[in-house]
Design a protein around this ligand. Structure first.
Ligand code: SF4
Ligand code: FE
Length: 481
């Protein structure tokens, strides 16, 4: 099958039999639900732009045999692929100002590609073949894949096998002739409700006692035993209030869910790791590394929108010429472009793995993500500074349209006379959406904790930073023997 159109993608999701719950009730029609639909639209954008001649080069990859695939299903062949990935993510961030969810699958695929190869080299297993077969199948159908890593983790001080409840990390509960049965859960699952397949990976490096927890595989998202519980986002129910103004970004959004695996059967040919605990750390490190690179693209694109909205707010407020406002906008751009530099740098410094696909420079990818845990917060702080308090205290769209309230809102929420009150309110609501509303889940808190919390990057930086070499440099110049 060729690349799917956006419409074909929506229809393919409509056919899935997902078990999704929200506000305590089963969601029968996930595709048309007003709270969930904007998140589906964001993934749809990854299909629509792949069909658009203007973005085709960025959004698609032509393989050696001439097959054209969506870049989200690409196995990076060189550093140019790695850089194009980041450029594509920035572009999609600019178009959606939301999380378009498809990167976790791309990052999981690339981490699995090299890790399964190396497991097979050591143990003579067939995981790499299994993985390639799975990837071919997803490419033929142009599927969206979710990459599921984070376990609920229970007591953070205990290893997986030592938890009071053994399911707090996902694990194998039965080994059968034809496959395995797993139990557990994955938390914060970006985009799982909009994916046809999910790749499950362990969440931490493991020891011999955690053998049953060192498991990786892929299954369709509507496999029996999988249940998804939608995470609440700040201001989510505004989407049910029949207003486009109050939601800030009516078209696009992101979604996360807690995903339960209750005795899910995985056939043998879908298994990519089964007890090789000594490779759990490698898979985690590579997936996390790729996703830390990803944020140097997507968050930058969303940042571009927030900076643009802030500049408009300044203009509509009549403050665009103030020197401190200009300087703050420069600072926002400087911070945002610094993140982009990191995303591009860790890609440009990438290198091939034993399997042949390209891995980012892990030190630089971790520096990238460490900056992402800080800069979007500062960008958001400056946006709030420039916008003024009205972005959180403005009356609703209903008040703007209300018979009694309308004229007053119109009159007193006006900024400069050449711009309508409604337009000023629209830009304020977009800033609210990104800094405090539904999109803040992706732009702020996910910047902190997504792809690993700040400390996880600091550990990697300390491992990869080569302090002994730096000390030698200093010793030599200082003449210390
Ligand atoms: Fe992609 Fe960014 Fe969403 Fe992760 S947070 S899935 S990198 S858009
Ligand atoms: Fe993420």
């Amino acid at each position: 099958m060729a690349l799917m159109t956006g419409e074909q993608y929506i229809e393919s999701m409509r056919k899935m039999n997902l078990q999704v719950y929200m506000f305590g009730k089963k969601v029968d029609n996930v595709v048309d639900n007003p709270i969930l639909r904007p998140s589906l639209n964001s993934v749809r954008a990854t299909y629509d732009y792949a069909q658009d001649p203007e973005y085709e080069d960025l959004m698609t990859v032509t393989l050696e045999d001439g097959t054209k695939i969506n870049r989200f299903l690409n196995i990076h062949r060189h550093t140019t692929d790695l850089m194009n990935k980041v450029k594509m993510q920035r572009m999609l961030g600019q178009k959606t100002a939301a999380c378009f969810q498809r990167c976790v699958g791309m990052d999981a695929c690339n981490a699995e590609y090299s890790t399964t190869y190396e497991i097979d080299q050591k143990y003579g297993t067939k995981y790499h073949e299994n993985f390639k077969k799975f990837l071919d199948y997803c490419r033929e159908n142009d599927f969206t894949i979710d990459g599921a890593m984070t376990d609920p983790k229970g007591d953070r001080g205990l290893a997986p096998h030592a938890q009071a409840d053994p399911d707090l990390y996902l694990h194998v509960v039965e080994r059968r002739e034809d496959g395995i049965v797993v139990c557990g859960a994955k938390a914060h699952q970006t985009g799982i409700i909009n994916s046809q397949e999910v790749i499950v990976m362990p969440t931490i490096a493991m020891g011999p006692d955690d053998k049953d927890y060192a498991v990786s595989f892929a299954v369709p998202t509507d496999t029996e035993g999988i249940l998804m519980i939608i995470g609440r986002q700040s201001c989510d129910t505004r989407k049910t209030e029949n207003t486009t103004l109050d939601v800030g970004n009516a078209e696009y959004g992101g979604v996360e869910a807690l995903v339960i695996f209750d005795h899910v059967f995985v056939p043998n040919d879908r298994i990519f790791m089964n007890g090789e605990y000594d490779f759990a750390g490698m898979l985690v490190e590579r997936f996390a590394g790729y996703h830390r690179q990803s944020y140097g693209g997507c968050k930058v694109g969303v940042g571009d929108v927030l900076i643009g909205a802030t500049a408009l707010a300044a203009e509509y407020n009549g403050a665009a010429k103030a020197s401190h406002v200009k300087d703050k906008l420069i600072e926002m751009m400087h911070l945002n472009e610094t993140l982009y530099c990191c995303g591009i740098a860790c890609s440009a410094e990438g290198a091939p793995t034993a399997s042949g696909n390209y891995l980012i420079n892990l030190l630089l990818a971790n520096v990238c993500k460490q900056n992402v845990t800080r800069f979007p917060y500062e960008i958001a702080r400056l946006a709030e500074d420039i916008a003024g308090g009205i972005f959180v205290t403005a009356p609703s769209e209903a008040d703007l349209k209300g018979e009694v309230t309308g004229p007053w809102v119109e009159k007193y929420l006006r900024g400069i006379s050449s711009v309508s009150t409604e337009d000023r309110m629209k830009v304020m609501r977009l800033i609210e959406n990104l800094c405090l509303g539904t999109a803040a889940v992706g732009y702020r808190t996910e910047s902190m904790h997504g792809a690993g919390s700040p400390q996880a990057q600091r550990i990697m930086i300390s491992r990869q930073g080569n302090l002994p070499m730096k000390k030698e440099l200093a010793k030599k110049l200082a003449g210390i023997k």
